[in-house]
Design a protein around this ligand. Structure first.
Ligand code: E4P
Length: 222
């Protein structure tokens, strides 16, 4: 499973890169705004220079021509840019055209398995079903991830399932269990994945005992 960071915050990205487990980054207009990016394209370029893998950058046009125009500009920023396109009819048309041009896409705002099927047929590189936002409206977001994984397997679609809108470690665990190709998560969630109180308690005890052992060695030698 690939781990993507769902952020546009350069400091968070640097910290995740330093762990050596980061495979990519997803951004959206909300995250770009939150990061206080002065120049959108320049900010995406900086992220690409930090991250070893794919970086999703989203178009804001909602018409076919506008999406193509923005997508081609975004794709020129860096070879690792993947263009995020919303799952609307104009977006599907744009994904089809872009995939024929060799521009990689991440089809975003997916909330149903039929939408994911259409995106794969259009040639999307990634599909982003939103788990947390479905949970927010009392729907089982993870069921959607499982359905999309199954459908893509049935027909050997090459579109990768990118579990998005993950809010806590259990979302990541469940996405891994149902076979999502990628989990994109906020930085705090990535850190929570490796945290366990028994690890901290155990380490503290080992270090204390090691200190006592060294003291005993010293006393025996004196
Ligand atoms: C990423 O591609 C999505 O835009 C993001 O995961 C949405 O997350 P949210 O529902 O927590 O805003």
């Amino acid at each position: 499973m690939k781990f993507f960071l769902d952020t546009a915050d350069l400091n968070e990205i640097r910290q995740a890169v330093s762990l050596g487990i980061l495979d990519g980054v997803t951004t959206n207009p909300t995250l770009i705004r939150k990061a206080g990016a002065r120049d959108f394209h320049e900010h995406i370029r900086q992220i690409c220079e930090l991250v070893p893998g794919d970086v999703s950058a989203e178009v804001t046009a909602v018409d076919y021509e506008g999406m193509l125009r923005e997508a081609r500009q975004l794709a020129k920023i860096h070879e690792r840019v993947v263009v995020k396109i919303p799952l609307i009819p104009e977006g599907i048309r744009a994904i089809k055209t872009l995939s024929e041009e060799g521009v990689r896409t991440n089809c975003t705002l997916c909330f149903s398995a039929t939408q994911a099927l259409v995106a794969a047929k259009a040639g999307a590189t990634y599909i982003s079903p939103f788990v947390g936002r479905l949970d927010d409206i009392s729907s089982e977001g993870m069921t959607l991830i499982g359905q999309v994984v199954q459908i893509y397997r049935n027909y050997d679609f090459r579109t990768q399932v990118l579990a998005a809108s993950l809010r806590h470690p259990m979302h990541v665990l469940d996405a891994a269990l149902v076979g999502a190709d990628v989990a994109t998560m906020p930085f705090p969630v990535m850190m929570q994945l490796l945290k366990h109180p028994l690890t901290d308690i155990g380490l503290e005890r080992f270090l204390k005992d090691w200190e006592a052992y060294l003291q005993a060695q010293k006393s025996a030698g004196a």
